[in-house]
Design a protein around this ligand. Structure first.
Ligand SMILES: [Mg+2]
Length: 432
């Protein structure tokens, strides 16, 4: 069996770089991306310049300002990051049919059979870097690791930041291991670290050359995994299929001003619309929809659901159905909570996979040209509502979330802002 070739692509200082890409006046400056713009708000990403000054992820704005007073802060904007991620992943899907979306800024690609050797993989990786800066954004950089296993590919990408390209193989592995600490290995948390230290294992190389029997006594079956990982033996495969969600939804704790200003339906529309957009990004259709409402005075929660006549993913059908359900549930009482969930998700054809995302006419992960032809036909037959919804998506990708909205969302302003889970698989499941 030929040696496997896995690459791991990891964007450098991702959220901060995307912000600097979008706003050139932020480039070259220490920048902190925050969950909230408040002195006690937390920094969730820092630009390369900020990191050099000692600003770290997890600090509060106040702490960062003390260390580096010229730091600029911006609030995080998940829509922007997801849009860039989907463009990066689209490039990666051109390399192989086996790709794992690991987090919003990281992916593994199995190049076994697609590249002859690690050198060719390095050539393909350098092309990814070229396309990233030329087609997505010239301020964006990524680090790439190439190795025979998933674990070592991630280890390799961490060796050089930013803009790294590192090949790790059986020959140079010990050299790389000799230059890191145990805690630098992905998966060695404080607990495992303590146990290893107690057993007299202080470095990655000592871990690698420790007798396997002993290691298993210390760490159980994990001992076997660590023994394999550091010998470039594969014990994890790329996880692919489970990347598709079973439902997508959004919820929001409604502040009182929304009731006062009569914007309840507007907020719900925004949540429904956003769920629809994520559904389209997955290239999926929903068969059912549910709405939940919480009431402020009675502390009561009610919910209802219904099924679409046929699977849909356009904003119009989703919003129409959401309003219908809301009207059935509403009482003469202020609302404290709203949620929309799209369920019973499916792909338009049995063969299409995540790779065909937004548009069925793109290179499909189908096995033959005939199927590919059918998926292009499907794309051609799309209804006007779907085409309008997708056009709206691209306008927002380009000009921001508020550039084009439904009439009833007009007065909303910043109500129900988009949130993103840190280190979460892109858009998976339920988000705030
Ligand atoms: Mg990263």
């Amino acid at each position: 069996m030929p040696e496997r070739i896995i690459i791991h692509v990891d964007m450098n200082s991702y959220f901060a770089s995307v912000e600097q890409q979008a706003n050139p006046t932020l480039r070259g400056r220490p920048l902190g991306v925050c969950a909230y713009l408040h002195p006690r708000g937390c920094i969730i990403a820092a630009s390369v310049e900020a990191k050099t000054m000692g600003v770290k992820v997890g600090m509060t704005l106040q702490e960062a300002r003390e260390i580096c007073p010229q730091t600029v802060f911006v609030q995080n904007d998940p829509t922007k990051y997801r849009a860039v991620t989907s463009r990066l992943f689209k490039i990666l899907h051109g390399l192989s049919d086996t790709i794992e979306h690991y987090s919003i800024d990281e992916a593994f690609v199995d190049l076994t059979g697609w590249a002859r050797d690690p050198a060719e993989a390095a050539f393909l990786a350098s092309r990814v870097k070229y396309r990233l800066t030329n087609e997505v954004g010239d301020w964006l950089r990524c680090s790439v690791g190439i190795a025979p296993t998933r674990f070592l590919a991630k280890f390799a990408s961490e060796r050089q930041k930013p803009d790294g390209l590192t090949i790790v193989n059986a020959e140079n592995l010990d050299d790389h291991l000799s230059r890191v600490e145990l805690e630098d290995l992905c998966g060695i948390g404080p607990r495992i670290h303590r146990r290893l230290k107690r057993a007299g294992i202080r470095t990655p190389l000592e871990l690698k050359y420790h007798p396997i029997g002993n290691l298993m006594r210390i760490l159980g079956k994990n001992g076997f995994y660590w023994w394999s990982r550091l010998r470039a033996l594969e014990c994890e495969t790329l996880s692919l299929g489970d990347a598709l969600p079973k439902s997508v939804g959004h919820s929001y704790c409604v502040p009182d001003r929304v009731n006062r200003e009569g914007n309840v339906e507007g907020v719900l529309t925004k949540l429904a619309e956003r769920a629809g957009r994520r559904l389209r990004a997955y290239g999926m259709l929903a068969e059912s929809i549910s709405v939940a409402v919480g009431f402020r005075n009675s502390h009561e929660y009610v919910g209802d659901w219904s099924r679409f006549e046929q699977p849909v993913n356009d904003s119009f059908s989703i919003v129409r159905q959401t309003s219908r359900l809301l009207h059935g549930l509403r009482k003469n009482e202020p609302v404290s909570f709203l949620a929309v969930t799209l369920g019973e998700l499916s792909l338009p054809t049995g063969q299409m996979r995540l790779g065909d995302l937004e548009d069925g006419s793109q290179k499909a992960a189908t096995t033959n040209t005939q199927e590919r032809f059918h998926s292009s036909l499907f794309a051609l037959r799309e209804s006007g509502d779907i085409r309008v919804s997708k056009s709206v998506d691209s306008i927002r990708d380009r000009y921001g979330d508020s550039s084009i909205v439904f009439g009833r969302m007009f007065r909303l302003g910043d109500e129900a802002p988009d949130r993103i889970g840190f280190r979460k698989i892109v858009g998976s499941g339920y988000e705030g």
